[in-house]
Ligand binder design. Sequence first.
Ligand code: ATP
Length: 454
Amino acid sequence: MPAKSMEDLVSLCKRRGFIFQSADIYGGLKGVYDYGPLGVELKNNIKASWWRSMVYERDDIEGLDAAVIGHQKIFQYSGHADTFSDPLVDCKDCKARMRADHMKDPTKCDNCGSTNITEPRAFNMMFKTNIGPVEDASSIGYLRPETAQHIFVNFKNVVDSTARKIPFGIAQAGKMFRNEIVARNFVFRVREFEAMEMEFFVPPGDDETWHEYWLEERLKWWEEQGVPRAKIHVLDVPKDDLAHYSKRTFDLEYEFPHGRDELEGIANRTDYDLGNHSKAQSELNITAKVHENKDSNAKLAVQNPETKEWIVPFVVEPAAGVERAFIAIMNEAYAEEDLGDGKSRTVLKLKPHLSPIKAAVIPLAKNKEELVNRAKEIKQTLQKLGLGRILFENSGNVGKAYRRHDEVGTPLCITVDFDGLEDDTVTIRNRDTMEQERVAVSELPNILIKTIQG
Ligand code: ATP
C-alpha cells in the first residue's frame, strides 16, 4: 500500500533522517536537498543495485566516473549551449515565474490568475561557472546537465583501453545539475541530483531491436526494486516532444503521489552524439544532422573488421534519476498497518538489499555490560559480512526500537537477552511478519545473507 500523499513521505523522510532541506537553518535553498544518515544508505544501495545489474552481472558494459565540471566545448558540440532550455513566463502582477509548458492555462498566471504575463522566452538550464582565476569567455565551464556527454567524449579512451567491440555499453552514475525554472514535488524536480545513465553502442540498423531490449530489461530491474510493472506506464514519446537528439524515446512513467510522471527515459540517440564530438565527420557517413566539429582530436568511430569501413555506432540510453527512484521505491514500500486494539504501525517494506540498515542488534537492557558486550560482538561479526550497515542499538527499549526499525525498513532486529548468554542464542524479529524466533548465534550470518541476498 503506497503512501497516501507526498506529505506522508516528506514527513517520514525528515523525522527519520532520510532527507533534509538543504541549508534549512538559513531558510532553505530551493530545489536542493541533503541526504541524512538513512538517506545516504538508501541512495547508495539504489545506485549499487543499478551498478550490479549493469556492470557486474553482465559482460558487455564498462563503468566510468567522469568529472562533474565540464569543458565548454563538450556542451557546445552536444547542443546543450544552444538548445538546453525551457520556456519561461513571468507574471507582471505577482512576479511568479512558471514554465510555459507546465501552465494549467497558458494565458493565465498559475499563481494569481492574472493575464498580465510575458511571452515565453528560452531559459538555459545549465549552471555556468568560470574555471581558474580569470573570468572571461575562454574560462567558461558548465556543471554537467547530464552524465551522458562525458561518456561520449571518453568513448575512444574506453575502447582503446578495453578493446571492446560493439555492441557494448558504458555506465555512469553521478551528480548532475539543472537550473530548473520551478523546482517542486519534494525531490522529484530538483536542481542538483544524481542520474544512473548507460550508453549502449550498437551497429546502426540494430538500434531498434536493442531499444526494445533495454525497455524490457529496465522494467525487470524496477520490479526487482519493488516498483511493479503494473505501476509503470510506458509512454512512446510523440515525435513532436522528442529531445533534439532522439529518434524514439520510451518514458517510464510512474504513479507518483503527485500524479503520473517520468521516472526514467530510454532513448535512441542514434549517432548524434558521437557524430557531433568526432573529428573527420565527412569520412564517417553520419546519419544525424550534426554541427561541423573543428576542435575534436579523436575519431569517435569503430572499424568494421572485414570491410575496414569506419562506423559511428548508434546509441541506446536508459537514463534514470536516483531521486525519482528514491521516491518511487519508498512510496511502494510504505504501509500503514492496523494491528488491532486501536494500534497501528508504519512500516517500510523495502526490498532488503535496499534497506538502509540491514539488521539492528539490541541488548534487552542498556546498562547490563554482558548484554551490551555480546550485542557489540555480534554487530562486529555481522558487519564483516559486507552486506551493508549493521546497527548496534542501545536504547534500552526493545518495543520502541522495533517500531522505529519498522519505519525505516530494517528487515531484522536481533535481541540479546540473559537466557541467550547462557546458551548462545538470540531472538530474531522479522519486519514483515513481526514474528520472533530464537536462533543460535552461529546461525546469524547465514540467516542475514539469505535475507539480504534472497
Ligand atoms: P523532465 O521532463 O521531467 O524534466 P527529462 O526528460 O528532462 O525530465 P532526462 O533528460 O531524460 O529528463 O533525464 C533523465 C532522468 O533524470 C529523468 O528520467 C529523471 O528521472 C531524472 N531527472 C531529470 N530532471 C530531474 C530533476 N530536475 N530532478 C530530479 N530528477 C530529474
